[in-house]
Design a protein around this ligand. Structure first.
Ligand SMILES: [Ca+2]
Ligand SMILES: [Ca+2]
Ligand SMILES: [Ca+2]
Length: 312
């Protein structure tokens, strides 16, 4: 079925004006909620194709009302080449920590649990910034989806064990170390991330630089409506469905093609016209982000060029 794109004219002009870069910088503020969440279901998914250079965002004080942790989902093709380093912070003395988790997937390829791999508080004596790698010599970690959490020192990830009387007991997922790699506790390696707890001392913004890390393909999950790897409802993309379940259901109720074949420009147009009450309804849409990965780069231009000449 050939569908005529409705928006390519202005999109082409906007994308051609954008600067193409290799390895985009992911910004948590392009999330639906303008914040990378603290679980695999609410994390900022670094979506697209190719390498990812960095992730940036901000933390604020308060475990309940503030923003104690930001979690990013990335793909690690070769764990031995991976590193994540807090490159800059504001204020400069922000005492960061990084925690790396292995992510398990359900039958649709959607993230479920997150299991402790490694963490770091200070990459060296005298610096509060952090760097995490896989444990040296570890061979049990396969290429796949991993979650990287950034917190300020004092806030740590927890899981729950179950006591003999059935009560859930919080358990620290990592050993402690000031400058070395924090490793999984036996419980942390076998039970998934449940919560974050501790005491924050400072808040601020950060930029994490990556090595050996790639974006996650928008087609990685097959859940369709509401899948965390699905594209934005308001931008065309190849896989069917979009990432806001409510908006997706509305659009596919109007045009089933959007959930059976591909989310083309007509589907994005229907979303703009009918999803104003949905959680992902844009207030300041970025039309140059053609593939809806939250970044304007060469991939958007490629989508435009691939569709060149199809209007009739
Ligand atoms: Ca944040
Ligand atoms: Ca957050
Ligand atoms: Ca630190």
């Amino acid at each position: 079925m050939n569908r005529i794109p409705a928006l390519l004219g202005p999109l082409a002009a906007a994308a051609l004006a954008a600067t193409a870069i290799a390895g985009p910088d992911v910004d948590e503020n392009t999330s639906v909620r303008n914040d990378a969440g603290s679980t695999t279901k609410t994390a900022k998914v670094c979506k697209g194709s190719g390498t990812v250079s960095s992730a940036s965002g901000a933390l604020s004080l308060g475990l309940l009302t503030g923003d104690p942790v930001d979690l990013f989902l990335v793909y690690v093709p070769n764990p031995s080449l991976f590193s994540a380093t807090v490159a800059t912070t504001a204020p400069a003395n922000l005492d960061t920590q990084l925690f790396l988790f292995q992510v398990t997937l359900d039958a649709n390829g959607e993230p479920t649990g997150a299991y402790a791999v490694a963490g770091n508080d200070n990459m060296a004596a005298g610096t509060p910034l952090s760097k995490v790698t896989f444990p040296v010599g570890s061979t049990q970690y396969a290429p796949g989806v991993y979650a990287l959490g950034v917190t300020v020192s004092g806030v740590r990830p927890y899981t729950y064990s179950t006591s003999a009387n059935g009560n859930r007991v919080p358990q620290d997922m990592f050993t402690t170390s000031t400058t070395g790699l924090m490793l999984p506790t036996s419980i942390g390696a076998n039970l998934p991330l449940r919560s974050w707890n501790g005491t924050q001392t400072l808040a601020g913004s950060y930029r994490i630089s990556f090595a050996g890390t790639t974006l996650i393909s928008q087609g990685a999950g097959t859940a369709g409506c509401g899948g965390v790897y699905a594209g934005s409802c308001y931008e065309p993309h190849s896989p069917r469905g979009c990432n806001d379940a409510q908006c997706c259901e509305i659009v596919c109720g109007i045009d089933a093609y959007c959930c059976s074949a591909t989310w083309d420009t007509n589907c994005a147009q229907i979303a703009y016209e009918n999803c104003t009450g949905c959680s992902s309804a844009p207030t300041n849409p970025c039309p140059a982000d053609v593939n809806g990965d939250g970044t304007v780069n060469g991939a958007d231009l490629g989508n435009v060029l691939n569709a060149w000449g199809t209007c009739q």
